[in-house]
Design a protein. Structure first.
Length: 388
C-alpha cells in the first residue's frame, strides 16, 4: 500500500508541475484544430444531403449522419470562438474547460458516428480515427486519459447495442471498440511520457544554463575583484587606469593617483593573527569605499596596500581627499574579537595635470615613490611627487 501511495503522490505532483505547460500546449493545438473541423462537417453535410438512400436503413443512417455533423458543426464553431476569446483574455479555467469539451466532443462524435454506421456497415473507422487523433493531437494526464477513453468506450458500447442487430458483429465490434480505445489510451500515455521527459530535460537544461551563467558572472566578478574586500584587484584596476588615462588626456582633465599603505600592519598579523588582520583590512576597505565618488576607482593591490584613482581632480583637491582619508583611518576604532585596534595609513600622491602626457607606469612609479617618502618621513602622512 505504501508503494501505491508513493506512486499516486508522484503522479499528482507531476500533474501540478506540468499543468500550466499542458494547458498552454493543448490550447494552442485546440485553436489550430477546432477551425478545421467545421469545413469537414460542411463537406459531409453537402455529400450526404445529395445522397439518395436506397432503403429505410440507409435513410435512417443518412438522417443520423446529417444530424451528427450538423451538431458537430455548431459545437466546434462555438468552441473555436470561445477558445479564441479565452486565450485572448488569458483565462486559465475557461481555457481548460474548452480543451476538455473539445476532446469530449470529438470522441463522442466519433463514437456516435460509429454507432450510426452500424445501420449499414460493420466498420468502426470513425472511432479509430477519433481516438487516434485525440490521443496524438492533445496531451493528456494519465488519469484524465483513462477517464476520457473509458467514457468513450462506454458511449460506443451503449450506441452499438441500439444500432447493431447482428449478435456476432456486435461482439466483434465491442472487442474492436475496446481495442481501439485501449490503443488511444496507450498513445495518450506515451505522448504524456514523452512530454514529461522532454519538459524535464528542457527544464534541467535551462537550470544548467542558468547555473552556468551565474557561475560565469561569479567567475567574471572574481577575475576583477579582490575576494577579501570586494574591491577591484590589480588587473582590473590597471585596465580602468589605462582607459581613464587616455580619456583624461583627450579631454584635458587632470587626475590623481593615490597609493595607500597601512602602517605597521605586519605587527598586527604577528601579534593578533592573520584573521584579525584580514578583518582589519576589510573594515578599512569599507571605510575607504564609503568616501570615494562613483566615478573614482578603488582597488586593493596586495597585502595592506590600496590604490585610488581620482578622475577630473587637480593636485590640491587630490591632496585634500588624501588628507581626509588619512584622518578617517587614524580616527577609526576597530573592535575585532575583543581587541580594540587603531591604525594609521601612509599615502603617496601623484598628479597628471591638464594637458600633460604620461603613462600609467609613470604615475604608478611616482605614487610609489611618494609613498616611500611618507614612510621614510615618519608614516601617517601624505606626500606628493611631481611627474618627471
Amino acid at each position: 500500500m505504501q508503494g501505491w501511495n508513493l506512486d499516486w503522490q508522484r503522479l499528482k505532483e507531476n500533474d501540478r508541475a506540468f499543468l500550466p505547460q499542458l494547458r498552454e500546449q493543448n490550447m494552442r493545438r485546440l485553436l489550430f484544430a477546432a477551425p478545421l473541423i467545421p469545413p469537414i462537417n460542411l463537406l459531409h453535410l453537402w455529400l450526404f444531403w445529395h445522397t439518395q438512400p436506397a432503403s429505410p436503413a440507409e435513410a435512417l443512417w443518412r438522417e443520423g449522419i446529417l444530424l451528427a455533423h450538423a451538431g458537430m458543426l455548431v459545437f466546434f464553431t462555438l468552441l473555436a470562438l470561445a477558445a479564441w476569446q479565452f486565450k485572448r483574455h488569458a483565462l486559465p479555467r475557461p481555457s481548460q474547460a474548452c480543451i476538455t469539451l473539445g476532446m469530449l466532443g470529438t470522441l463522442s462524435f466519433a463514437a456516435l458516428v460509429s454507432a450510426i454506421d452500424q445501420l449499414v456497415t460493420s466498420n468502426i473507422t470513425p472511432l479509430l480515427l477519433g481516438c487516434t487523433l485525440v490521443a496524438l493531437i492533445f496531451l493528456h494526464r494519465p488519469l484524465s486519459a483513462l477517464l476520457l477513453f473509458s467514457f468513450t468506450l462506454a458511449l460506443f458500447l451503449l450506441g452499438i447495442q441500439q444500432t447493431q442487430s447482428d449478435a456476432a458483429l456486435l461482439i466483434s465490434n465491442q472487442v474492436n471498440g475496446l481495442s481501439t480505445c485501449a490503443i488511444g489510451l496507450a498513445l495518450a500515455w506515451l505522448q504524456w511520457r514523452n512530454f514529461v521527459q522532454f519538459s524535464t530535460q528542457k527544464q534541467r537544461l535551462e537550470d544548467q544554463q542558468l547555473l552556468l551563467e551565474e557561475q560565469n558572472v561569479r567567475l567574471s566578478y572574481l577575475a576583477d575583484h579582490d575576494p577579501l574586500t570586494g574591491l577591484l584587484n590589480r588587473r582590473a584596476f590597471s585596465d580602468i587606469m589605462q582607459r581613464e588615462l587616455l580619456r583624461c588626456q583627450r579631454s584635458q582633465q587632470p587626475l590623481c593617483l593615490l597609493m595607500l599603505d597601512l602602517d605597521h600592519f605586519k605587527t598586527i598579523n604577528d601579534r593578533y593573527g592573520h584573521p584579525v588582520g584580514d578583518a582589519l583590512i576589510q573594515q578599512t576597505a569599507r571605510l575607504l569605499g564609503s568616501q570615494v565618488r562613483n566615478i573614482d576607482s578603488l582597488a586593493r593591490i596586495g597585502g595592506e596596500e590600496f590604490v585610488l584613482l581620482l578622475v577630473d581632480c587637480p593636485q590640491e583637491q587630490g591632496r585634500q581627499i588624501a588628507e581626509k582619508l588619512r584622518q578617517l583611518v587614524e580616527q577609526q576604532l576597530c573592535t575585532i574579537d575583543g581587541h580594540e585596534l587603531r591604525m594609521t595609513v601612509s599615502i603617496g600622491l601623484s598628479t597628471l595635470a591638464r594637458g600633460q602626457q604620461s603613462s600609467y607606469e609613470s604615475l604608478y612609479t611616482a605614487s610609489d615613490r611618494a609613498l616611500y617618502q611618507a614612510k621614510h618621513n615618519g608614516r601617517n602622512r601624505v606626500e606628493t611627487v611631481r611627474l618627471d
